[in-house]
Design a protein around this ligand. Structure first.
Ligand SMILES: NC(=O)C1=CN([C@@H]2O[C@H](COP(=O)(O)OP(=O)(O)OC[C@H]3O[C@@H](n4cnc5c(N)ncnc54)[C@H](OP(=O)(O)O)[C@@H]3O)[C@@H](O)[C@H]2O)C=CC1
Ligand SMILES: CC(=O)C(=O)O
Ligand SMILES: [Mg+2]
Length: 385
């Protein structure tokens, strides 16, 4: 195992370094071979396009890349499960998201890493980028600040704003959950769930699961201090407060015997064999922290073959990752000029993703592969005007 991990680390570094540093580059889309072309692309011809936009702002979509350009914006405060590693160290992730936009939905996306933690100041900087982009994909901004930032940007900007870690993740988690319900022939009203994580991703997932019908009383939320229960005094924010559970139980292991879903959106290695032994039959574990999941599938299989397991990683089956959503949802958003994605649309998309999978009796497959060609049609088509 150690050798495999070392091998992956080395390969990944070489992948990023060679033959050219980074994962993306810019491509010129018009002929630019001679002075004739140059006089169209640059001075004097370019002035005509400028003046058309000056005359009518909407022309910016006709004469520039704006309508197919997304800004992937972070301040590096919650980068994967690596935490607050800062804007510079976040750049490989953001370049990666840009590469995925291009690969999976042919959307051009610039990564913008901003060295600003103050939510109001960050909003002002992002607002000032409004003319450049057709939409903003907020990424890896820690909670609870991310909730305020997204809300404020939606109010002050005239382009779509989408916090991927919240809504992209929630849509994909719900899709997997719907298929698990189908396989298990279970009623959502009877399902109990415990989270590890009470941040952007975990709370957004819970909110969407509740829209699907999961009763709030069936939810336990836990974070670095354990279950958010009635005795909790510290480290509560207004979003966590919505999920205070009427219990004195403190630890995941105290309640996991009755929760069929474990939703891990925190950090690696939270679960172990001892804890999962107690889970109900054929439970579902989302071990979605990146890059190290809350528990590795090998450990689950060793202990409990009946359990369904999803991770956020590309090297295991059932990759529950917002990658299954963000390239395609933006395709729909940009094409349909849709500014806001409401819960009804998010649920439509979850059903659309889940329906790609043909449920088979003994199968444990809950989500399509990221390379499934149906995603590019079903997700944008689930967004109505
Ligand atoms: N697979 C996927 O598609 C996605 C996966 N993720 C993963 O989810 C995780 C969280 O991301 P995000 O919500 O954006 O980040 P946030 O910073 O918003 O939230 C992180 C949460 O994890 C909790 N946490 C951190 N360490 C521990 C610990 N040792 N035990 C229990 N809880 C802990 C924090 O607790 P506290 O509040 O007490 O600080 C916080 O509630 C990351 O690992 C990320 O990679 C995120 C988005 C998508
Ligand atoms: C997948 C992702 O967005 C994350 O882990 O933060
Ligand atoms: Mg992320």
């Amino acid at each position: 195992m150690k050798k495999i991990i070392k091998n992956l680390k080395n390969k990944s570094l070489l992948y990023h370094e060679l033959p050219k540093a980074g994962k993306i580059s810019i491509k010129v889309t018009k002929k630019l071979k001679n002075k004739k072309h140059l006089s169209l692309a640059y001075s004097p011809g370019v002035a005509e396009a400028c003046l058309k936009i000056k005359e009518k702002y909407k022309n910016i979509y006709k004469y520039t890349i704006k309508g197919n350009l997304v800004g992937i914006i972070t301040n590096g405060t919650a980068v994967l499960g690596l935490g607050n590693i800062g804007p510079a160290a976040s750049k490989p992730v953001m370049e990666g998201k840009s590469a995925l936009f291009k690969k999976f939905s042919n959307i051009d996306a610039f990564d913008i890493e901003i060295n600003e933690k103050d939510p109001d100041k960050l909003c002002n900087i992002i607002k000032s980028l409004e003319y450049t982009f057709g939409g903003i994909n907020l990424e890896d901004i820690k909670s609870p600040e991310c909730f305020f930032i997204e809300k404020k940007l939606k109010n002050i900007m005239n382009i779509p704003i989408f916090h991927d870690d919240q809504h992209g993740t929630a849509i994909v988690v719900c899709a997997a959950f719907l298929n698990w319900l189908k396989i298990r022939k279970k009623n959502i009203k009877n399902i109990k769930i415990i989270t590890s994580g009470a941040g952007a991703a975990a709370l957004a997932c819970l909110k969407l699961l509740m829209k699907l019908g999961l009763p709030k009383k069936n939810i336990y939320v836990s974070d670095t201090l354990g279950i958010i229960n009635i005795e909790r005094k510290k480290k509560l924010n207004y979003e966590k407060k919505k999920f205070i559970k009427n219990t004195k139980k403190k630890e995941i292991k105290d309640v996991i015997y009755k929760t069929e879903i474990f939703l891990g959106l925190s950090v690696g290695k939270i679960l172990n064999s001892e804890i999962i032994k107690k889970m109900p039959l054929k439970s579902l574990i989302f071990a979605l922290a990146n890059p190290i999941p809350e528990i590795f599938p090998e450990e689950v299989k060793k202990t409990r073959k009946d359990i369904f397991i999803c991770t956020g990683r590309s090297d295991y089956k059932n990759q529950v990752n917002n990658l299954l959503c963000f390239p395609y949802i933006f395709k729909g958003i940009l094409n349909k000029k849709k500014k806001n994605i409401n819960n009804k649309i998010k649920i439509n998309i979850s059903f659309a993703i889940s329906n790609i999978i043909k449920i088979k009796k003994k199968s444990k497959k809950l989500v399509p592969s990221p390379f499934n060609k149906k995603l590019i049609s079903v997700i944008p088509n689930s967004i109505y005007k």
